[in-house]
Ligand binder design. Structure first.
Ligand code: HBI
Ligand code: FE
Length: 281
């Protein structure tokens, strides 16, 4: 899944936007999925969950097991029973990619927007927009973790100010390089955290095993200053020391002065080690 930043129009996107409420939610309408869609989900799940057991952070694997969704596209109301008890999060169905302000408002209120439709058969390996497999399989298991739960709420609450300060790109990179494409150190090993990686067969192996790709220690300002690729595997990844790392490093950070100082500067190119930097171990 590759999300363009600062989308304000939903025209040209896949999904039934005409049916959506003002907050862009729709009914999941689970009974409308044809048997082929459930079968496609089952195959995607089998492939990606096997990879995740080797490559993903244990929090992801545990969360995935708790959601018990191997055999069919999950019913969001079933997931909500698990989520509410764990962290107070909910998922809400949306037609697809939604405008930034609506997206942030949902996150700020612990509602995670999950796209209703599933990719087609010819898109099993790659698609541009988020679908229910990326959104649910990739993101929802992590919502059961208290650190990720708090981080996403904080990110949602920070959205309005970032938009007002014309610094959305800087803030969006924090989401991109953690929630979507983050790596995390666990028991001395490098593991996948991000939903964009864990929902992709090719990138899961690449992000962890490729000896050439640049992996840098997570640093909020470095992340906010780094461009990202939306149409290829990432040229660099950032490595957290643990899931608590992202929230503890951000909760007391005043983004305002950072936006003021850096929003007008060209971003650092992805994949380039800067002077004085050392890659993550
Ligand atoms: N909408 N459904 C959906 N999923 C996203 O990941 C998403 C979005 N709207 C805006 C958005 N992401 C990003 O532009 C923000 O995180 C900056
Ligand atoms: Fe995503």
């Amino acid at each position: 899944m590759k999300t363009p930043v600062a989308t304000t129009s939903t025209s040209g996107l896949r999904g039934e936007y005409a049916q959506a409420a003002a907050d862009f939610t729709v009914a999941q309408d689970w009974s409308a999925y044809p048997p082929e869609a459930h079968d496609r989900w089952r195959r995607l799940y089998a492939r990606q969950s096997a990879l995740a057991r080797t490559y993903a952070v244990s929090t992801f694997v545990d969360g995935l097991d708790r959601l018990d969704c191997a055999d069919a596209i999950p019913r969001f109301e079933d997931a909500n029973a698990v989520l509410t008890a764990a962290t107070g999060w909910q998922v809400v169905a949306v037609p697809g990619f939604i405008p930034d302000a609506a997206f942030f408002d949902h996150l700020a209120h612990r509602r995670f927007p999950v796209t209703r439709w599933l990719r087609e058969e010819h898109e099993l390996d790659y698609l541009v927009e988020p679908d229910v497999f990326h959104d649910f399989f990739g993101h929802v298991p992590m919502l059961l973790d208290p650190h990720v739960a708090d981080f996403l709420e904080l990110y949602g609450r920070a959205g309005e100010r970032a938009i007002a300060m014309n610094a959305l790109e800087m803030m969006a990179r924090l989401y991109w390089y953690t929630i979507e494409f983050g790596l995390v150190r666990e028991g001395g090993a490098l593991k996948v955290l991000g939903a964009g990686i864990v929902s992709s067969a090719g990138e899961t192996v690449y992000a962890i095993d490729d000896p050439e790709v640049l992996r840098l220690p997570f640093d909020p300002l470095r992340v906010m200053r780094t461009a990202y690729a939306i149409d290829s595997f990432q040229p660099n990844y950032f490595v957290l020391d643990g899931l608590g790392d992202m929230i503890t490093r951000l909760q007391d950070l005043d983004f305002g002065p950072l936006y003021e100082r850096w929003r007008g500067e060209a971003p650092l190119p992805a994949g380039v080690l800067q002077p004085e930097e050392t890659p993550a171990q």
